[in-house]
Write a protein that binds this ligand. Structure first.
Ligand SMILES: Cc1cc2nc3c(=O)[nH]c(=O)nc-3n(C[C@H](O)[C@H](O)[C@H](O)COP(=O)(O)O)c2cc1C
Length: 211
């Protein structure tokens, strides 16, 4: 990884700094036009180092946020922590599936170990606030997308997953999720292995109001 993929801290503006209203960048357009997820199981070492992780988390949070509420937080799974999280997932799975085969349980235990780094983006909604919950949730989704784009621009592959365990009350409790919190995504990040192949992208219906 070259140094130019890690912006120095002084590239991050301070409140009140004058910024560009637009940043023409053919490279950014190309990245967005060609961005593709890589399956977590196809990811390899290395993942982002500590400085790159810090940059990723900082860039990820540069999203529109109605009311400046920061309605998200992160849980970073790396190193041995990935096995601890996987053990929780496997135990919960075994509880619900007492007849599960050993290799199925091993697969569940490896959920967080496919990629070198997994960033859990937690949507932390403040209920009954004047900013609608829907908007707070959308901001957390934007954080996930920023992570994918920033990881790609740093030279890493990414995949945004939830899988069954994001919705398991037992796993949520074990990960320390509180009331009003949901997993927006477990964003898997690592070095790309096998290059991804473009998928079908059906176009959305567009309605034009121009007269
Ligand atoms: C909120 C959210 C959750 C997702 N969860 C899963 C999942 O559990 N399993 C899966 O195979 N793909 C999941 N995906 C889709 C993957 O991110 C997938 O790699 C992606 O849609 C591929 O498209 P892309 O190459 O345009 O990124 C999820 C996507 C989103 C937005």
């Amino acid at each position: 990884m070259t140094d130019d993929t890690t912006p120095p801290p002084n590239r991050f503006p301070e409140p009140g700094d004058r910024l560009d209203g637009a940043t023409p960048s053919a490279e950014t357009l190309t990245l967005l036009a060609r961005r593709r997820s890589t399956a977590a199981r196809a990811m390899q070492e290395p993942g982002p180092d500590a400085a790159q992780l810090e940059t990723l988390l900082r860039i990820a949070q540069r999203v529109p946020d109605h009311g400046k509420m920061t309605p998200w937080r992160f849980i970073v799974f790396r190193g041995e922590g990935r096995n601890h999280a996987g053990a929780i997932v496997s135990k919960v799975f075994a509880g619900a599936n007492p007849d599960a085969a050993e290799d199925t349980l091993a697969e569940e235990a490896a959920r967080f170990s496919r990629a070198p780094l997994v960033i859990g983006v937690v949507s932390s909604v403040l209920e009954n606030h004047k900013i609608p919950e829907w908007e707070q949730i959308l901001s957390a989704g934007a954080v996930c997308q920023n992570l994918l784009i920033a990881a790609n621009a740093m030279g890493f592959a990414g995949q945004w997953l939830t899988e069954w365990y994001a919705y398991s009350p037992h796993v949520r409790d074990a990960l320390g999720l509180r009331s009003g919190e949901r997993i927006a995504g477990f964003v898997h990040i690592g070095s790309p292995g096998e290059p991804p192949v473009e998928r079908l992208r059906p176009n959305a219906d567009v309605t034009y109001w121009d007269k």
